[in-house]
Design a protein around this ligand. Structure first.
Ligand code: KIV
Length: 273
């Protein structure tokens, strides 16, 4: 559990995240896709749990985030909500669930909220999906924006390299960030963009800006829990700090279990009825 104990007990809301930004208090966000991980993450005092569409890679083994379906996201979000007491639970809207038209986008967001009980949705994109975001917001559903590297558009960009290095792309990103704030998004994720640009966006917006590979000048950070815990050790981008090497720990435990079973050491007299 983190050190600030009274805040560890209060439920995190979208309003509270904005107050945190006003106070200069950094926001800690991590992904979870299941009940057990969500319990651990929530009990540790994380402010926001993201049911990311990275579940497509991490849980289902897909190469991109594109294949995951709305039904699958709802399944993951429902499990996470059951394991969470304090953190705000935000669920990603998967590829294909909001780009078609705003009516479909609203229907998808309503399904997420109604069936999973998540408290907000996250959507990738700016001006081009304005109508969808506005319609979702009109229904009283909080929306977190996502700009910079938007993995659902990997086939358009053809690379996961740092985004918005050119002046033109940087200016579009700044304009999109302002647009998302103006239409009512409660927070914004900036993924893999130059730190200087992310710092500028965070200082110009009043809503919290949460970075992943966007440097330290933003209002909070998000990482994929499986990456920072070293469960998924095949992914090592520059921005990732590993806080544990769980793959080695798990590997070691599994090896000892196999040995104990093979040698007949497990179960022993005290481990049977
Ligand atoms: O799906 C995800 O995990 C995300 C984070 C990387 C921000 O969108």
């Amino acid at each position: 559990m983190s050190t600030n104990t009274s805040d560890n007990l209060r439920k995190v809301t979208t309003r509270r995240l904005i107050e945190m930004k006003e106070r200069g208090e950094k926001i800690a966000m991590l992904t979870s896709y299941d009940y057990s991980m969500a319990r651990l993450v929530d009990q540790a005092g994380i402010d926001v749990i993201l049911v990311g569409d990275s579940a497509s890679n991490v849980m289902a083994g897909n190469i991109t985030t594109l294949p995951i379906t709305l039904d699958q996201m709802i399944y993951h979000a429902k499990s996470v909500v059951k394991g969470t007491q304090r953190a705000l639970v935000v669920c990603d809207m998967p590829f294909g669930s909001y780009q078609g038209n705003s009516k479909e986008a609203l229907a998808s967001a309503i399904r997420i909220m109604k069936e999973s009980h998540a408290e907000a949705v996250k959507i990738e994109g700016g001006a081009e999906i304005r109508e969808s975001i506005e319609r979702i917001l009109c229904a009283g559903i909080p929306v977190m924006g996502h700009l910079g590297l938007t993995p659902q558009s990997i086939n358009k960009f053809g690379t996961y390299a740092v985004r918005a290095r050119s002046e033109q792309e940087a200016e579009k990103l700044v304009a999109d960030a302002h647009l998302l704030e103006e239409i009512g998004c409660f927070a914004l994720v900036l993924e893999k963009i130059p730190a200087e640009l992310a710092t500028r966006v965070a200082s110009e917006l009043t809503i919290p800006v949460i970075g992943i590979g966007a440097g330290g000048g933003v209002d909070g950070q998000v990482l994929v829990a499986h990456d920072m815990l070293g469960i998924n050790n095949g992914f090592s981008p520059k921005f990732l700090r590993r806080y544990a090497d769980l793959s080695s720990i798990i590997n070691n435990a599994l090896g000892r279990y196999i040995d104990d079973v093979k040698t007949g050491d497990f179960p022993n007299a005290s481990e049977q009825y």
